[in-house]
Ligand binder design. Sequence first.
Ligand code: SI3
Length: 288
Amino acid sequence: MKGLYTALMCSFDEQGNINEQGLREIVRYNIEVSEVDGLYVNGSTGENFLISTEQKKQIFEIVKDEVGDRVKLMAQVGSLNVDEASELAQFVTDLGYDAISAVTPFYYKFDFEEIKDYYNTILEGVDTKLIIYSIPALTGVSMNLEQFGELFENEKIIGVKFTAPDFYLLERLRHAYPDKLIYSGFDEMLLSASVLNVDGAIGSTFNVNGKRAKQIFTLAQSGRIDEAREIQKVTNDLISEILENGLYQTIKEMLETQGVHAGYVRKPMKRLSEEKLLKARSIAEKYL
Ligand code: SI3
């Protein structure tokens, strides 16, 4: 399960329906052009929190059908509705996904006992292994070293997608849990996380920048830090431009320039203005 995983985008049409062909094209582009090791399906980048349970299932099915066994698949099933999370965990287990992942429960101020119960409940009926999805900036949920340790006591919890700029905690986690899988979640910090010996990374910009991300990761692993730093610099130039123009919208438009029908974002996300569409195309021309 080590390596680089694209946080997969989903293609939606103008009405917000899933565009199956577009989704298949995004999957193929990631495998054949970006050459990533795996796909992280229905995460933030997949606009997971804006779609229905049926749509989530449809996406899991289409992606598995398109991928077969070509790359590893991680299914993000986390939900404020723990019944939905459990149902999806069972669903992707039956489909043959390699692992599940679940975002920490958010919005209400859950205490740690409640968070622990959430993960244990999701895992009750399934044997599939789970990666915690920790992204404090969006969820407001920050866990400390001891709390991660308590969650890791469940043997089915095999790692964490660590999306935070806290390199002290990351180093402590790496040191304390050498056998757990740690994935870096911020693409702009991939080199720094790789130096701390993470097992892989999961990122949205890998949809268009997977090759550079892989280079950063493999160069860092072999100690070629100066070369890795050069590529991280170009990557961060690209990420800055993407973030300034609109994260998911810009990546989708960049994919469109490559003949991949990545489509539109779902409401309430807004579409790019004409000016920003042109900007997205010029970013693609510059970096792809
Ligand atoms: O679940 C997911 O889609 C992710 O893996 C998200 C990932 O951590 C991205 N974060 C968000 C909020 O989209 C990053 O890849 C992020 O877009 C990137 O580092 C640019 O800031």
